[in-house]
Design a protein around this ligand. Structure first.
Ligand SMILES: [Zn+2]
Length: 331
C-alpha cells in the first residue's frame, strides 16, 4: 500500500485507495459508494499507460486522471473495458478528452453489447433516477434524526449522478478484437483474453504474464457476483480456463487485491450454487422453495467468505438474485 484514500475536487463519493501490485502496476481500489464504482488497474509501460475500466461516471474517472499524475508523467494510451456494465465504462469519455491519442479497447462481443444494450441503459438511468430522488425525498421527510445525514448525502449524490448521466457523452471502444489481443511493449506484455461466458457474454481478462497479475473485471469480485446478465452454467468453466494461467495476484472488478485462494472459493460458490439449483429444480420445487433450500445448503460454507463487504452487498440478497437467474436458465 503506498497511498491514502483521496477525494477529488468533483469526485463526490468516488474514493480510491491506490496500491502497488507490481513494478509499474497499480490498482485504484474503489471504496463503497452510493453509485458503485469499479476498481481501475493502472499499467505503466515504456511508451505510456494502460488503464482498465472507468467507473460509473466521468467525475470518478477524473479522480483517477488526477491520481495518475502522482504516479507517472506518461500519457494514457489504452483504456480497456472488461465488459459492458455502466459502472465499468461510463467514465470512458474522460480519457480521450485528457489524452487525445488514447484508444479504447474491448472485444467485439462487449462493444456490440455496449451499442445494443449499454446505450439504452443510459437512457433508463436518465428516466429512472428522478423516481429514486423522489423516493429519497419522501424517506428523508419521514426519517428520524439519526438517519437524516445519510439520506441527505444520498440525495445529493443521486442529484449529482442525474446531472452527470444526463450529460454523458458515451465513448465507445475505438478498437475491438475477437478472441485475443496482445500488446508487446518494450518492457512488458499485456494480454487481453476472452475465455468464455461468465459475468457477461463478452468478459475480457487482462493478463500480465511476466508480473503474474490478472485483471478479471466482474467475472471475479470480492462479494457475491451479479448474474443478471450472466451465464451461471458457463461461469465455473470460464474460471477454470482462467486458473490455467500462471499468476499470483488478482485485481478484481470490485474489492481488494486477492490471491488464487479467493478464485478457488469464488469458483466453488458459483459451481455449488448452480449444482444446488439444478438439484432442487429436478425435484419440481418452486422458485421460493429453491431459494430457501439453496440458501440453507450453501450458508455454512459461503456466507462468511462472501460477507467481507456484507453491509454494502449482503450475501443473502446476492444469492437470491443468483438463484433466480439460474432457476430461469435451467428450468
Ligand atoms: Zn458488471
Amino acid at each position: 500500500m503506498d497511498c491514502c484514500a483521496h477525494e477529488g475536487p468533483e469526485g463526490g463519493d468516488a474514493r480510491f485507495e491506490v496500491k502497488k501490485v507490481a513494478d509499474g502496476v497499480w490498482v485504484a481500489v474503489a471504496a463503497p459508494a452510493y453509485k458503485v464504482n469499479c476498481n481501475t488497474a493502472i499499467i505503466e509501460s515504456d511508451d505510456g499507460v494502460t488503464v482498465v475500466d472507468t467507473h460509473s461516471k466521468p467525475s470518478a474517472a477524473r479522480v483517477i486522471v488526477e491520481r495518475l499524475r502522482d504516479l507517472t508523467t506518461k500519457p494514457v494510451r489504452y483504456v480497456v473495458n472488461t465488459h459492458f456494465h455502466w459502472d465499468h465504462w461510463h467514465g470512458n469519455e474522460v480519457y480521450p478528452a485528457a489524452y487525445p491519442s488514447a484508444e479504447i479497447v474491448t472485444n467485439q462481443i462487449t462493444r456490440e453489447a455496449m451499442v445494443n444494450k449499454g446505450l439504452k441503459r443510459i437512457q433508463d438511468h436518465v428516466r429512472g433516477v428522478p423516481a429514486e430522488i423522489a423516493r429519497l425525498r419522501e424517506e428523508l421527510a419521514a426519517a428520524p434524526p439519526a438517519r437524516r445525514d445519510k439520506l441527505e448525502a444520498d440525495l445529493r449524490l443521486a442529484q449529482a449522478y442525474l446531472a452527470e448521466v444526463t450529460a454523458l457523452k458515451p465513448a465507445l471502444p475505438t478498437i475491438a478484437f475477437e478472441q485475443t489481443m496482445k500488446l508487446y511493449r518494450r518492457d512488458r506484455e499485456i494480454h487481453l483474453l476472452h475465455l468464455g461466458r461468465a459475468h457477461t457474454e463478452g468478459d475480457v481478462f487482462v493478463y500480465l504474464p511476466k508480473e503474474k497479475v490478472v485483471i478479471t473485471g466482474d467475472a471475479v469480485i470480492g462479494w457475491t457476483p451479479y448474474m443478471g446478465d450472466g451465464y451461471p452454467e458457463d461461469w465455473a468453466g470460464t474460471l477454470d480456463r482462467l486458473a490455467q494461467l500462471d499468476f499470483t495476484h488478482i485485481i478484481m472488478g470490485h474489492g481488494d487485491v486477492v490471491g488464487r485462494e479467493w478464485l478457488r472459493t469464488f469458483r466453488a460458490y458459483v459451481h455449488d450454487m448452480v449444482a444446488a439449483v439444478r438439484r432442487e429444480v429436478a425435484t419440481g420445487a418452486t422458485l421460493d422453495e429453491v431459494k430457501q433450500r439453496v440458501t440453507a445448503a450453501l450458508a455454512p460454507t459461503y456466507e462468511r467468505p462472501f460477507s467481507t463487504y456484507g453491509e454494502y452487498r449482503p450475501w443473502r440478497t446476492g444469492l437470491a438474485g443468483n438463484v433466480e437467474r439460474t432457476f430461469a436458465m435451467v428450468s
